[in-house]
Design a protein around this ligand. Sequence first.
Ligand code: HT7
Ligand code: ZN
Length: 885
Amino acid sequence: PRAILLRDYRAPDYWIDKTDLHFSLAEEATDVTAELMLRRNAEAAAGAPLVLHGQDMELIEVAVDGRPLAPREYQLTDELLTLPQVPAQFKLTCKTRLKPAQNTSLEGLYKSHSMYCTQCEAEGFRKITYYLDRPDVMSEFTTTIDADRSRYPVLLSNGNLVDRGEGDGGRHWVRWHDPFKKPAYLFALVAGDLCALDDTFTTRSGREVTLRIFVEAKDLDKCDHAMASLKNAMAWDEKVYGREYDLDIFMIVAVDDFNMGAMENKGLNIFNTSCVLAKPETTTDAGFQRVEAVVAHEYFHNWSGNRVTCRDWFQLSLKEGFTVFRDAEFSADMGSPTVKRVEDVSLLRTLQFAEDAGPMSHPVQPASFIEISNFYTLTIYEKGAEVVRMLRNLLGAAQFRRGSDLYFERHDGQAVTIDDFVKAMEDASGRDLGQFKRWYSQAGTPVLEVDGVYDAGREEFTLTVSQSCPPTPDSETKLAFHIPLAVGLVGEAGPLALRLRGSDSGTGEADQGSCVLELTKPQQTFVFEGVAEKPVPSLLRGFSAPVKLHYDYSRDDLMRLMSRDSDGFCRWDASQQLGVAVIGDLIDRYGKTGELHREPADPRLLSAHRELLDDDSLDRAMVALMLRLPTEAYLSELADTVDVEAIHAARQHLRKALALALAEQWERVYHGNCSDEAYRADAGAIARRSLKNTALGYLALREDDNSLELCRTQFEQADNMTDVLAALACLVNGTSAAATAASTAALAAFYQRWQHEPLVVNQWLSVQAGCVAPGGLARVKALLQHPGFDIKNPNKVRALIGTFCNQNAINFHLKSGAGYRFLADQIIVLNRLNPQIAARMTTPLTKWQKYDPQRQILMKSELERILIEPDLSKDVYEVVSKSLR
Ligand code: HT7
Ligand code: ZN
């Protein structure tokens, strides 16, 4: 397979002004007739051939201005249809035949249960008809769908419904017209027997928009939260970005078989059921929050992605990074800003930092790819959002808003680049962002080494900051980044006022005890004056830049930050750093002795946790976050070489020590946060459940009759899935004979009750896949055969195989290599069914360089086995070959 390069970008030779599609849906095959109004680009050569993309379909006929072409008048390969001679302006008619029921890739037109649906981003439209399937070719679409009326009463596409009628033999047809020009990746079609929840939204300018969520009849009771989230998102985008919705109708359709979370097709968003359906009995708090975030994300794309789209796929973060930033700010405004920030930073530091340090590392604007589907990554989305956040923080909220207004105004209806976005920010603010743009072109996570010296005589505190960035596959050496470093100083009683020497190296908000230092050089020094006591610096406040920061804090310093810092993120981060240090000692001890039985827990950590649990005046959400020890995945990311057994043993040992030493506190907090109130998904209620279930997790570690009974009672009596699942996880991970018996009974009862709710069955698969008790691989292999599992459904693959291989290190990384062999076997099966999912599932094996030499050999040999598979997809080939080079 050939790599596509950013530097090879050329404008298309032809434009497609109008696209008229006709679909005739039928069980054995679907016939598509496309009429395209083509016009040669004024910049193209006079005799430029027309080269169209097309894949996995049968070409029935191709005609120019109504005249069918003979086979010698065109060339057809597996991926391209070339017409060597065409007029400067003409109508192209293409008839193709597709087999949606056999399309397991879930790209193009496919069937999910009894419903037809499409997924065209990034390059799926070329599986529907021959086309210029690239985002800079924008066209006005009219779509006619013709289908059996009784099986497919609902027929949908983009835009407004403009006509409908009856056909012969029980068939009917509809015609949709989308007045906004769009690239083919935003095309969508749905046909099925669906019910809808209807509502309306009146825009700021007074237009009434119909809102409609389509689902299978059994799911109609699970749409209210998505509808409320949509209305909140529409109002928020008007208020915060001045963006109004533009069509008369906005539709969402829920689909069970879907490769990602959702898709922002113009006026017709298609959603994975897991990102739209929610009700308390079946959905956890995290599920409710995900629905709110994804509904908002897709809605926000209407401007950041659809009205202003990407020139090419190297610009993917232009729409994804910006839209993730927008949805994160929305979620922060809807719930707890600190919790949202901590959750996002945790994800970034654990998974995106690992991606950036691994073989698939790439810049936010990649310079090349083999298969674009592999670049829907944490770097494009989450790091891309952090880059936009840094822009907002450097420019300030008002100038950032001016910049986004200018961007939308200047580029409405265009396909543009990341450079255009930054230019709008520069023009609106008058700032030079030349150095800042390195965030888009250089891969890797910058490292800040920070040193602080206090001079009591002069009452000065001096911070020296050095930046560097490790080599990545794209480049050995890096130029200095422009990094906003938000800082404060914390004295014994709390934050100190700041006076930064010189005014050009930092922007201060001295009264709030916070200022932003702008780093632009490899090393810089900043002096704070009038500091009357030795401070502890509070660094990278709010996680002001996606960097790794090292400062030599003592454990007492960390405790001061935990209790006294005014920045919520830094308070939480101090708790994590303390946890990392304490677990680090245990990991070392385990490495030396192979056991930890008599190892006491660090008294400072114990007293910090005791203080958190005893102080009822603290924000519950913060307490729950700070009591969460660093995860095994984060500890692994921090390690140079991952010691799987030591990390697991050390963390478990500390958890048990905390469980026993603070038994009274856990019990008090557990009972103090049980509530009789009806379920609500607001920030306060979520924090209460989070704290309660954290306490339950610690209580369960005691493995005594009382705690077992607490878990069993909560499992049986809770009225919401958050509490049911938390209790089930405790039971499943218990090791005593009594816990094992209770777990077996609970799992059986759970399946019996929820077997007809696929999303709940997925939670059941996931909780078992994550069980850390020995024997995990055998349990997962058995579940592959269970009727609740289906390898063709991506949600189920993620729930069972994904959870096991990504979140159950102690069972996946078996020394024998059996876990790796299992994963490679699944990837080989998935490669033929669904290449996108197969490539995504490969990630754990690509991290082989982080493990010990024996594991490295075993992981690499599985990658090599995959690489010699016949018919290896481009998707899997790219990930495997890059990880072996
Ligand atoms: N823009 C959407 C991307 C997407 C996608 C990409 C590749 C393969 C399948 C896909 N389904 C959706 C999702 C989003 O970021 O909003
Ligand atoms: Zn998106």
